[in-house]
Design a protein around this ligand. Structure first.
Ligand code: NAD
Length: 385
């Protein structure tokens, strides 16, 4: 009987946001188990997290370096197979690069690194080692986002002309970083966050979503970025005009100062024959708008035969039982686990199921962040991507 894929978690300590989400998502489908971790910047808190995650004391390490060293010395079959990196951005590169060097597959949070240079080095390392690397652009994990991609790929909308993607949040409307809020503190410091504030945090998700659904790559952009909150070093708001290869045009705006907004990510894509619309606040619905026809409401449901096979592979329950954010995350883990298992058992991998964001998406995301900042500070109207 094959064993579960063994995961080590970096981050996810007390008071953290996304590490615990990774843990829940990874174990959801019963394919992955957490076997170890370096959970916190504070070694004592990291070790104490063994009790929270129900791990043996000797598998909750004081530092991520110790975790990589000790795990790689364990026999195969006991040591972890992959590392999930859920720390603040400045640690993504050193941890992911060291994990690859030790022969571990990697799941990494976005933005992939804090510079394009680091991102490109990481991509080279993934190529050289031949290991698997998944980037958690969560929104690509939603089944109806996959259906949107499928419909575009089947030319249902005709040639794509216009993409409108928006991601407003309101939680940084005030100087939250000055109140000791953990998540706001490191995000507003370029040393830990990288060059794009709102752009690095959520603008990059919007960029990835637009390229994922359309299959088109951004070729040029023109950006305006702002820091509305006095004293804030990084942008908290941005509007970007996009040009895609092949001639499609787009508008991307993302902001963290839209007071009252939650996570109101949405995307509309229009081709010659029709358009589609998806919103994360209603993630199980995809609107299909064909020219001169009433709007069609497509709904998520593992039993719905009108949906593509790849969409149904990423669903767990029949229609009417909502799936959400953690399930979207879980789809990235499920596909990564499938890829690792096939490789371990030397079985062929069906490329249709390798459907998770990769290191190459990470490089594009990092280039996007840097180009947005460059454009906003340049007098040139358009910047090549
Ligand atoms: P957070 O501050 O809530 O948590 C970070 C965790 O990393 C903490 O437990 C902290 O102690 C730990 N950490 C820091 N240094 C460490 C070290 N040296 N060794 C071990 N652990 C260490 O941050 P967050 O909001 O969870 O964000 C973490 C990452 O996840 C960021 O890169 C962020 O961009 C990304 N993120 C992604 C999504 C998404 O939807 N994909 C959502 C939120 C955050």
């Amino acid at each position: 009987m094959s064993k579960k894929i063994r995961m080590g978690l970096v981050g996810g300590g007390p008071g953290s946001f996304i590490g615990p989400v990774h843990f829940r998502a990874a174990i959801m489908d019963g394919q992955i188990e957490l076997v170890c971790g370096a959970f916190d910047a504070d070694p004592e808190k990291s070790k104490a997290a063994a009790d929270v995650y129900y791990l043996p004391r000797d598998r909750a390490y004081g530092t991520w370096q110790e975790m990589l060293d000790k795990e790689s010395a364990l026999p195969e079959g006991e040591r972890m197979d992959m590392v999930s990196v859920t720390t603040p951005n400045h640690l993504h590169y050193p941890i992911a690069a060291a994990a690859l060097d030790k022969g571990f597959h990697v799941v990494c949070e976005k933005p992939i690194t804090i510079s394009l240079d680091e991102a490109e080095k990481l991509a080279k390392k993934v190529e050289d080692t031949g290991l698997l690397f998944a980037l958690t652009h969560t929104y690509t994990g939603y089944p109806m986002v996959k259906e949107a991609k499928y419909l575009v790929s089947k030319n249902q909308l005709g040639p794509i002309r216009k993409v409108v993607v928006e991601y407003p949040q309101g939680w940084l409307s005030t100087p939250l970083e000055k109140t000791g809020n953990q998540q706001a503190s490191w995000r507003s410091n370029p040393k830990y966050n990288g060059p794009g504030g709102c752009m690095g945090d959520i603008g990059v998700h919007a960029e990835n979503l637009a390229e994922y659904i359309t299959g088109l790559q951004i070729s040029e952009l023109c950006a305006d970025i702002n820091s509305f909150v006095p004293g804030r070093e990084l942008d908290d708001d941005a509007s970007v005009l996009l040009r895609f290869e092949g001639g499609a045009k787009g508008v991307l705006w993302a902001t963290q100062i839209a007071a009252g907004e939650e996570n109101n990510l949405s995307i509309r894509v229009y081709g010659e024959k029709g358009g589609l619309e998806w919103r994360q606040h209603d993630p199980n619905t995809l609107l299909l708008k064909m020219l001169d026809q009433p709007v069609q409401i497509l709904r998520a449901g593992a039993n719905y035969g009108n949906l593509s096979e790849i969409t149904r592979w990423n669903l767990r329950v029949p229609g009417g039982h909502p799936e959400g954010y953690i399930e979207a995350f879980a789809n990235i883990y499920k596909n990564m686990a499938y890829a690792i298992r096939q490789r371990k058992e030397k079985l062929p991998v069906d490329p249709a199921y390798l459907d998770f964001p990769t290191v190459h998406d990470g490089v594009r995301g990092m280039r996007f962040i840097e180009k947005v900042v460059e454009s906003a500070t340049s007098t040139d109207k358009w910047i090549r991507f």
